[in-house]
Design a protein around this ligand. Sequence first.
Ligand code: NOJ
Ligand code: CA
Length: 534
Amino acid sequence: MSEYLWWKNGVVYQIYPRSFQDSNDDGIGDLQGIIQRLDYLKDLGIDAIWISPIFASPMVDFGYDVADYTAIHPMFGDMETFDRLLDEAHTRELKVILDYVPNHSSDQHAWFKESRSSRDNPKRDWYIWKNAKPDGSPPNNWESIFGGPAWTWDEATGQYYLHSFLKEQPDLNWRNPELVAAMENVLRFWLDKGVDGFRMDAVMCSVKHADFPDNPPVADDSPLKPFGFNLEPKYSQSQPELHNILHSWRKLFDSYPGDRVMIGETWVFDMDVLASYYGKNLDEFHLPYNFMATMLPWDANALRDLIQRYYAAIPAGGTPNFVFGNHDVHRPATRHGYRNHRSIGLLLLTLWGVPTMYYGDELGMEDGEIPVEFIQDPWGKDDPDLNLGRDPERTPMQWDDSANAGFTAGGVTPWLPVASNYKTLNAAAQIRDERSTLNFYRKLLQLRKTSPALHGGSFEFVDGLPDDIIAYLRENGDEKLLCLVNFSNQEYAVNISHVAAAGSLLISTDLSDPGEVDMNLFTVVANQGYVIKV
Ligand code: NOJ
Ligand code: CA
């Protein structure tokens, strides 16, 4: 049996810090709140937490607009609290992953203030400044991912600056060696403290084509269409030179003791581009995040096809990974129907690859309702009709049935409203209920950890079953597990004796009693999933 490596065999749990646990009753989650909940996370059975940005920030994009990469936002706590969090997590054998935002800083960052102060400021070239076209229009047609032009005119210095996201998030210039060195120092700062890794935000945007050509229009059938994009980011994302930067970061990570991990927020639509982020010699990201499952309908054929193409594209020795939920997409339980939420968990935790869970998905949390006057997300505020707002998946963690769900004190107004189902759907109630979703996740995480087949074994699809059922074998040495998920609302009685003559149920999404199963006539209940030892 090979060694259990946390980032290769373990499970990552994403904490959106504003929404996890408030410790000082200001309605916003904080680091001390996370410390208070570490035992919950340890009991859940995950290996690592990734915390979305906790750095100094005007919070225009809720922390993804960093004003100082090495300072903690006072709203979240201070450096002493962070050090304690790191220590307390490590004491519990939990790894800590932070968020690195290399594509852009806040416009309130000291670097940008200097850069915009004059054309000959030494930091002018740390950002991307260009002259207007002769008619005064922006240098090219690039659009911001949040809508509108990617260029904003600076009256004082008479040039445009580039921002792939909000105008308050100016893009850094990764072709400037001083900027590259300054941002490397940021990584060193945290790695020196003992942080176990980074998730790197919007990383594919970081390097642009040197000549800034116009981007071509998106095709009508492009997967980018539903996001409201009009242009293919051909020259603004995933440029070849980015790989040099990634490789240099990886060298830095590898120079540290322990297994420090580099995770990429590689939100791309092309499988080969995704695969390229492992690096030619597996010398870039350990885990380039695979978001493709978040864009699929609930359809067994579609997911089967994705899994096949994904595993085939990954370079030899690369570790796959799956994401079904995060702070940028609607909750899986909402997207795919509450009746399927445990099946999503079963897939996430039993497919070959590293799972990243999103806080609250272990309870089956659904999107919260956000009345228009409570909208916080700038992407939602701009055009509420497009329904692109990300607030619904960021509502406070539902800890118990007290006022504000135990996220913050009763009487306090939390930064986003608590979802209305918290009285019945909460962690405390689920801890008491043996057959709850939380107990399903705990049992499955425990099984995964103790099962080399699940956390590191081979993967093979099983044929000969109805299209609605995804079935696969995970195998390591003598251990062989059959996983089945029924995507439909229909029950099937199937013959699975071609897989093995005998089998015993280890866990099912409905937590029915484990025990021997009839391989000649196995009932696959509608919307349920199973792990059977064969
Ligand atoms: C991706 C992050 O996940 C998202 O929340 C953020 O708004 C953008 N990058 C910009 O940093
Ligand atoms: Ca707080």
